[in-house]
Structures are given as structure tokens and as C-alpha cells.
Design a protein around this ligand. Structure first.
Ligand SMILES: [Zn+2]
Length: 119
């Protein structure tokens, strides 16, 4: 699903995002859809410009040891209603939204990869 580009948000305009740009306390938490240790879904609002973002944190449990792969996704949404719809989707559907910000933490990595826009 294609969403409007959040053109007024500094996160959209910034060349190189870093992890401190995406710290959760840069956002106001409006709604919590799901909150467990391996899956969190929320509606966030940028404290800077008011842009709404659907947020997901997901950790894959592979039982192999070492780091479990995890990722965070920020999808700019127009309305709370839209975020509520997305909150009912499964993990693969979430990856069909664009634009979105993705922060990967693959199993082999020492630390999370830098946030990036998937357009
Ligand atoms: Zn913003």
C-alpha cells in the first residue's frame, strides 16, 4: 500500500538518518495496538511536526542462540484509522507499505543497521 510522502517531516528530508533520530521519545505515543516482548505495534506522532507513524517492533525467535534477528518499521500514515487497519495485518503485509523507515538488526550484525527509507 502506498502512503503520502511525509514531506514536512524532518525524517523525510534528512539525508542520513541515524538511530537517535528514531528514538521513541522523539515521538508521542498515541495508541498501543499490540505490546508483547517480541511484537509491539503502536501509533506514534512526531513531536516535531505532528506526522503520524505506525510503528512496529518485531523480534524473530529462532532458538539457535546468538542474537535473534529483529527489526523496527515506521510507516507514515494519514489517519489513526489507517494505522488501526495496518495493525491487523500480518508481518509480510506490513512490508508492502511504502514509503517506510526500516531499521534492521540481522542475526550476524553487531548492532542495528542504520535506519533507512524504503520508497
Ligand atoms: Zn516530523
Amino acid at each position: 500500500m502506498q502512503h503520502l510522502e511525509p514531506k514536512q517531516c524532518h525524517l523525510w528530508r534528512k539525508e542520513d538518518l541515524n538511530n537517535s533520530d528514531l528514538r521513541l521519545n522523539n515521538f508521542e505515543e498515541l495508541t498501543v495496538f499490540t505490546n508483547s516482548s517480541h511484537l509491539t505495534r503502536k501509533l506514534l506522532k512526531c513531536k516535531d511536526c505532528g506526522q503520524l507513524y505506525f510503528y512496529e517492533f518485531y523480534e524473530e525467535i529462532d532458538f539457535i542462540g546468538g542474537n535473534d534477528p529483529q527489526y523496527q518499521t515506521f510507516i507514515p500514515v494519514e489517519t489513526e484509522e489507517k494505522a488501526k487497519e495496518i495493525s491487523k495485518e500480518d508481518l509480510l503485509e506490513i512490508h508492502n507499505h511504502s514509503p517506510r523507515i526500516l531499521i534492521d538488526f540481522p542475526e550476524e550484525a553487531e548492532k542495528p543497521l542504520l535506519p533507512r527509507w524504503v520508497r
